[in-house]
Write a protein that binds this ligand. Structure first.
Ligand SMILES: Cc1ncc(COP(=O)(O)O)c(C=O)c1O
Length: 296
């Protein structure tokens, strides 16, 4: 029988089938908490410090006190990977408000809970990267920047889930959300880029997009190759008529978009700039300087 993965909950490891939290945890009752999705490649946890930094920023925004220092959190992630003897993994780091009563007042939750799952994730078929994926612009508007904004990586993902449900019901791979003024923002869990006349454009976080770590890496790679990258609002028209388009995200990595609302992007094949950036990205993710080694 395959050995069950060991899941970290508040400093103790539990086998997957027995890794449980209280039904009074406000993470469950109210989506009150924050999280990160992180990947390890070939023994290196890619951008681990950046993910931990963002986790603490999200926690700060919702006034959630994480019961570990950033360094302790980093060690706990590494230890979880070691415990499971993993070198390649998808890590889900979750901090919930913790156990409270049935009212939503966070003051009733004396201690936040930390959960670390080191497993794998597979969002699309293996052909997605070679052929690109189909998308649609969803009726679900991105949350505005004033409340459950995706700038905070919180446990409130219903917005993304509704968009994903619509994409699936429509028969396309992914959904893209609009901001309040009707410009495209991002996918359900990934940032959006278009290429036009050799330049890259991506929507700013002021439109409600998460400030993506993969997007930052993609931007850095593009700039190092002499390409200009602009953070700017993108209209649906600009997306439909882009030369190339792609998503970036920890779970999805980099994936070309071949279609939006039945309109082909250019010739419907991954474009040359996208392909070049994807190839460079594959090298960056295994570079020891880009992350934290698991076994050192
Ligand atoms: C809403 C949203 N946008 C974008 C991203 C991509 O961000 P990152 O590249 O940091 O994983 C994610 C995933 O974390 C996300 O949940």
């Amino acid at each position: 029988m395959e050995k069950e993965i060991a899941i970290y909950i508040d400093g103790i490891y539990y086998p997957k089938s027995n890794a449980k939290i209280s039904v009074y945890d406000h993470g469950l009752l109210y989506g009150d908490g924050v999280f990160e999705g992180i990947r390890a490649y070939e023994g290196i946890v890619f951008k681990l410090r950046e993910h931990i930094e963002r986790l603490y920023l999200s926690a700060h925004a919702i006034m959630l006190k994480i019961p570990l220092s950033k360094e302790e959190m980093l060690k706990a992630v590494i230890e979880t990977l070691r415990k499971n003897k993993l070198t390649n993994a998808y890590i889900r780091l979750v901090v919930t408000r913790g156990v409270g009563d049935l009212g939503l007042d966070p003051r009733k939750c004396p201690k936040a809970s930390v959960i670390i799952i080191a497993d794998s994730i597979n969002l699309h078929s293996s052909s997605a990267k070679e052929k690109g994926i189909s998308t649609m612009i969803s009726w679900v508007r991105r949350n505005t920047v004033d409340s459950t904004t995706h700038e905070i990586k919180s446990l409130n993902y219903l917005n993304s889930i509704l968009a994903k449900i619509e994409a699936t019901a429509t028969g396309v791979d992914e959904a893209i959300s609009l901001d309040k003024i009707g410009c495209v923002v991002e996918g359900v869990g990934e940032n959006l880029f278009i290429v036009k006349d050799g330049k890259l454009f991506t929507p700013p976080s002021s439109s409600g997009a998460l400030s993506g770590i993969t997007a930052k890496v993609a931007t850095r790679i593009a700039r190092s190759r002499g390409l200009e990258v602009f953070e700017t609002r993108i209209t649906p028209f600009q997306l439909f008529t882009a030369d190339e388009a792609f998503f970036t995200g920890t779970a999805m990595e980099m994936v070309p978009i071949r279609e939006v609302n039945s309109r082909q992007i250019a010739d419907g094949k991954p474009g040359p700039i996208t392909k070049k950036l994807m190839a460079a990205f594959q090298k960056v993710i295994v570079d020891p300087n880009e992350g934290v080694p698991i076994y050192s």
